[in-house]
Design a protein around this ligand. Structure first.
Ligand SMILES: [Fe+2]
Length: 147
């Protein structure tokens, strides 16, 4: 799963592009860091005409990265739009979703909704297996000192 690893590293590189674009303009286009991803994507679309996922996808194409990596970057917030769904996108989506949760949230029973449940099918992973992995991750994450 080298493509999932590379996609995971690069999935938010579009944020750098948009930040550079905002810095180059005189407009106040800085996006609040604490907004939800859905809100952030809408604000990006309004401010720049493109989301960081789309900007990252375009850069991936420009750099001639493998299409599977570009697609994972493009759809990492909306894996349901990728046809057919691919494992790297699903892996980046899940990792991104759970990295944004606090370790305390992960210890509780996470409520999984539509997109997350769909990606289990793509990954041919049961929800039980996923929850077991998540609890392992949560206990490991709680041992990492806060920065
Ligand atoms: Fe993102």
């Amino acid at each position: 799963m080298e493509s999932a690893f590379i996609s995971g590293l690069l999935h938010d590189m579009g944020k750098v592009i948009l930040a550079e674009k905002a810095a180059a303009s005189r407009e106040q286009t800085a996006l609040p860091y604490s907004t939800s991803e859905t809100t952030r994507l809408k604000l990006e679309e309004m401010a720049f005409g493109v989301t960081h996922a789309e900007a990252g996808y375009l850069l991936a194409e420009h750099w001639l990265l493998p299409p599977i990596v570009g697609d994972a970057i493009r759809f990492h917030h909306s894996p349901q739009l990728e046809i057919p769904p691919k494992a790297p996108t699903s892996i980046v989506f899940l990792a991104n979703t759970f990295c944004q949760m606090a370790p305390k949230q992960l210890k509780e029973d996470v409520v999984l909704e539509g997109k997350a449940l769909d990606v289990f099918n793509t990954l041919e992973m049961s929800e039980v297996a996923f929850r077991t992995s998540l609890k392992t991750y949560a206990s490991m994450a709680s041992e990492i000192p806060a920065i």
